[in-house]
Design a protein around this ligand. Structure first.
Ligand SMILES: N[C@@H](CCC(=O)N[C@@H](CS)C(=O)NCC(=O)O)C(=O)O
Length: 206
């Protein structure tokens, strides 16, 4: 059985949605950010980075990094075709995931986690104020270059879609109206209609 260490609404939920899509059995293990569980020794032993998600495999290995976990889940279930076999298509999919990890997620983190990068209140305030602008720029790129069609890979659902869904789920709270990005808006509605997302909502993870 896989154990997924998660916090509600965070990027870790992309992994939960992917697990629901595959039907792989997993146990969700809640990490309570309200009590800063992610900073405590028991969790840091599992992930010294102090972040979710962590996926503990049946062999007892603690895997981290959302994109790597999604890749791993696709590799466990090759029959579902969640990762394209064509190298160029696979590079597009991974390019989207790397963009989300290195740019869009980081832009989002400037709103609430500015103390990672600065100490002065004025610097942290500045980063917070800039978030709607940087997230809107990310959304524009997602709409024009990441979504090849209904999904990241065009017609077919892939492992990148739950990742994109969760990161775009932060847009409204970051001051970016989804109505400004109709292709993302339609993608979000398509994702909400999937049984995997409904299951995650029913479990109170989103
Ligand atoms: N690059 C990592 C980032 C993980 C990450 O930053 N997770 C956030 C939640 S969205 C977290 O655990 N934050 C806890 C903290 O900053 O204390 C990944 O994609 O898995």
């Amino acid at each position: 059985m896989l154990n997924l260490h998660y916090a509600k609404g965070t990027v870790s939920i992309a992994v939960a949605i992917a697990l629901e899509e595959t039907g792989l059995a997993y146990t969700p293990v809640k990490v309570d950010f309200a009590t800063a569980d992610q900073t405590k020794p028991a969790f840091l032993k599992l992930n010294p980075k102090g972040r979710v998600p962590v996926l503990v495999t049946e062999q007892g290995q603690a895997l981290t990094e959302t994109g790597a976990l999604l890749d791993y889940i696709a590799a466990l279930t090759p029959e579902l075709g969640l990762m394209p076999t064509n190298p160029e298509d696979a590079a597009h999919l991974r390019g989207v995931m790397y963009y989300l990890a290195s740019t869009m997620h980081v832009a989002h983190a400037h709103k609430m986690r500015g103390s990672r990068w600065a100490d002065q209140d004025s610097s942290i305030e500045d980063m917070k104020k800039k978030t709607p602008e940087t997230m809107a720029a990310c959304a524009a790129y997602v709409q024009s270059d990441c979504l090849r069609g209904d999904f990241v890979m065009g017609d077919s659902f892939s492992i990148a879609d739950p990742y994109l869904f969760i990161v775009c789920n932060w847009l409204a709270g970051d001051g970016v109206p989804l109505a400004d990005f109709p292709r993302i808006d339609a993608f979000m509605a398509r994702m909400e209609a999937r049984d995997s997302v409904k299951a995650i909502r029913a479990k109170g993870m989103l």
